[in-house]
Structure formats: structure tokens, C-alpha cells
Design a protein around this ligand. Structure first.
Ligand code: HXC
Ligand code: NAP
Length: 269
């Protein structure tokens, strides 16, 4: 792939201050992409933007919650004013915890649906006016829970299934405008908050890696590379796709988080 194609483009990352989403931002920053990051914490997002600037690119961090459409509207306007229309939008703000449906209050379920699903809608909806047309590429960050019924994950399963359907509907509606949108489905990615919450002990982490046909946890870089492929000219005919980048985990059936949930309950005490 010719990486010079990325120079001077504008990437906007929702939920971009840590983990996988920040790793994607770093990968694009290294090839000269200007980056706008948003997340709830003003301190976290400012520190993340400073780290990107150290890679030699321009970056701006804005505090905004994906549950607040007005805050997003303001963030997208500020981003376009600074770096021009958005070429690449990564939408990956999410929340998770292990709890059975009966241990979840209606507000606990709603909180995750509001961040993951409604938040993804808000981000895409409010971004639309500021996307480059034709040419913009949206990458939604989904999870295997979207198609794998998983005990202790009713909220995430429901929300991420909705995210993937949203990806496909927007691909239909916005394809004629030259906007592509796809979901990446990461497997268990080492050294991330998400994995810490689902595999809080050495034992549960090893068991998780064992279930992966390629017998290893993923790296943030594995996900960043797929995001770059989708945003590049190599991805120009791909839209509405749900793409697992998971070492084959999607083929291995339902997961059992009983031990992980017991361990995280023990840790809380
Ligand atoms: C049961 C819980 C709970 C838990 C929170 N709640 N934690 N219920 N078990 N462990 C309930 C609260 O009691 C409350 O309900 C409701 O959820 C909202 O909680 P708040 O703390 O007020 O919400 P908020 O401040 O908005 O924080 C959202 C959050 C939090 C999701 C609860 O954990 C968060 O900010 N997470 C962001 C970071 C994160 O989760 N990263 C991982 C993403 S990875 P009541 O009824 O008491 O009001 C991912 C995984 C994919 O998505 C798969 C990986 C392999
Ligand atoms: P993470 O580091 O916790 O990343 C979540 C990001 O979202 C943070 O930057 C957080 O920053 C932000 N965020 C949370 N709630 C927000 C809100 N309401 N509004 C705006 N920003 C918000 O977690 P991660 O593990 O890297 O996960 C990143 C993505 O990958 C998620 O979509 C997750 O579902 C997906 N995923 C992860 C794994 C894995 O193994 N880790 C596997 C499959 C899928 P603030 O706290 O500052 O808001």
C-alpha cells in the first residue's frame, strides 16, 4: 500500500483517548494524518492529543460525550474548521462490565446501549455534514458479542448487534454519496481496558487466548492495520462489511465468562 496517500488527511476518532481507538489514531498519525480525538475526560483526551503531536502530526483533543448530540455537533464543527472535511471517522466509544441480566438494573443496560449503540448513531449522524463527499470512510468498532450470544453481556450483545446493523443500513443510505462504512470486529486485544474487564486474571486471560484458533491474543496494531486498509484505496470497493479481526475466534462459538465474572466480583470486595 502507498502510505503517502494518507498525508494531510483528517481522521476523527470518537472514544479516541485510549486503547484500540487511540492505537488506530497513532497508526494514522505516523503517516501524516491530522487527528481530532474526542472522549469524556478533558485531561485524558488532551494528553492523548499531545502524544500524537509528538509523532510529528497535528492533533486536537476535545471533551465530548457521545450520548450528547449537541456536544458532538460542536466538536465536528470545530474539527472541520481546524483540519477541513473529515476523510476518516473511527467510531469506537464503548462501555462494558460483566453482569448477568438479573444483576443489571434497567439503567445499567441502558447506559451501555446509550454509549455503544445510540452513541454510534449520534456520531455518524452528527458527522455526516462534516464528512468529505465523495470519499469519506467510516470505521465502526464492534465486538464478537454482536453475533455471539454471551452470558454476562446482554447489554453489549444487544448494543453491538445494533451497531453492525447500523453499519449496513448507513452503507445502503450513504453509498450513493460516496461514503463507505464498515465494522471491524476485534478479537481479544492484549493490554486494553476491554480485555481487563473480561479477563481480569492470568488464568482467564490464558483461557481466552486458548480459545482463539491462532492461539494468541490480538495486538492493537492488528486492528489499526485493518482500519488503514479500509481507509486506503485498497478498501475503495468495501462497504457494509462486518470484518472480524480476531484470529478466528468468531468461529469458536459462545464464550463462558463465569470464571471471569467470579474473579471480578472477588476483586471488587
Ligand atoms: C452491574 C453496573 C456495573 C457492574 C456499573 N453499573 N457497573 N451494574 N455491574 N459492574 C451500573 C451502575 O450501577 C448504574 O446503574 C449504571 O450502570 C451506570 O453506571 P455509571 O457509573 O453511572 O455510568 P457511567 O459513568 O456513564 O459509566 C459507564 C460505564 C463505565 C460503562 C458503567 O464502566 C465506563 O465508563 N466504561 C468506559 C470504559 C470501558 O468500559 N472500556 C471497555 C470497553 S470494551 P444504576 O441503576 O445503579 O443507576 C468493550 C468490550 C468489548 O466494549 C469486548 C472485549 C473482548
Ligand atoms: P477503552 O480503552 O476503554 O476505550 C474506550 C474509549 O471510549 C476511551 O477513550 C473512553 O474515554 C471513551 N469513551 C467511553 N465512554 C464514552 C462516551 N460516553 N463518550 C465519549 N467517549 C467515551 O477500551 P478498548 O478496550 O480499547 O475498547 C475500544 C473499542 O474496541 C470499544 O468499542 C470496544 O467495544 C471494542 N472492542 C474491544 C476489545 C478488546 O479486546 N479490548 C474487543 C472487541 C471490541 P473516556 O473515559 O475519556 O470517555
Amino acid at each position: 500500500m502507498d502510505i503517502t496517500q494518507f498525508k494531510g488527511r483528517h481522521l476523527f476518532v470518537a472514544g479516541g483517548s485510549s486503547g484500540i481507538n487511540f492505537g488506530i489514531a497513532q497508526a494514522f498519525a505516523r503517516v501524516g494524518v491530522n487527528v481530532t480525538l474526542i472522549s469524556r475526560s478533558a485531561d485524558k483526551v488532551a494528553a492523548a492529543a499531545t502524544q500524537l503531536q509528538a509523532l510529528g502530526t497535528q492533533a486536537m483533543g476535545i471533551a465530548a460525550d457521545v450520548r450528547q448530540p449537541e456536544a458532538l455537533q460542536a466538536a465536528f464543527a470545530q474539527a472541520e474548521e481546524r483540519f477541513g472535511p473529515i476523510d476518516i471517522l473511527v467510531s469506537g466509544a464503548a462501555g462494558n462490565f460483566l453482569a448477568t441480566a438479573l444483576d443489571m438494573s434497567p439503567n445499567a443496560f441502558k447506559t451501555v446501549v446509550d454509549i455503544d449503540l445510540l452513541g454510534s448513531f449520534n456520531v455518524a449522524r452528527m458527522a455526516h455534514a462534516h464528512l468529505r463527499k465523495p470519499g469519506a470512510c467510516i470505521v465502526q468498532i464492534s465486538a464478537g458479542q454482536a453475533f455471539t450470544p454471551t452470558p454476562f453481556q446482554a447489554h453489549v450483545c444487544a448494543a453491538k448487534a445494533g451497531v453492525d446493523m447500523l453499519t449496513q443500513v448507513l452503507a445502503m443510505e450513504w453509498g450513493p454519496q460516496g461514503i463507505r462504512i464498515n465494522s471491524i470486529v476485534p478479537g481479544p486485544i492484549a493490554d486494553t481496558e476491554g480485555l481487563k474487564r473480561l479477563a481480569p486474571t492470568e488464568e482467564t486471560l490464558t483461557a481466552m487466548a486458548e480459545r482463539v484458533p491462532l492461539k494468541r491474543l490480538g495486538k492493537i496494531e492488528d486492528i489499526a492495520r485493518m482500519a488503514m486498509l479500509l481507509a486506503s484505496d485498497w478498501g475503495s470497493y468495501i462497504t457494509g462489511a462486518i470484518i472480524p479481526v480476531d484470529g478466528g475466534l468468531a468461529m469458536s462459538g459462545p464464550r463462558d465468562f463465569t470464571a471471569a465474572a467470579a474473579a471480578s466480583r472477588r476483586e471488587k470486595k
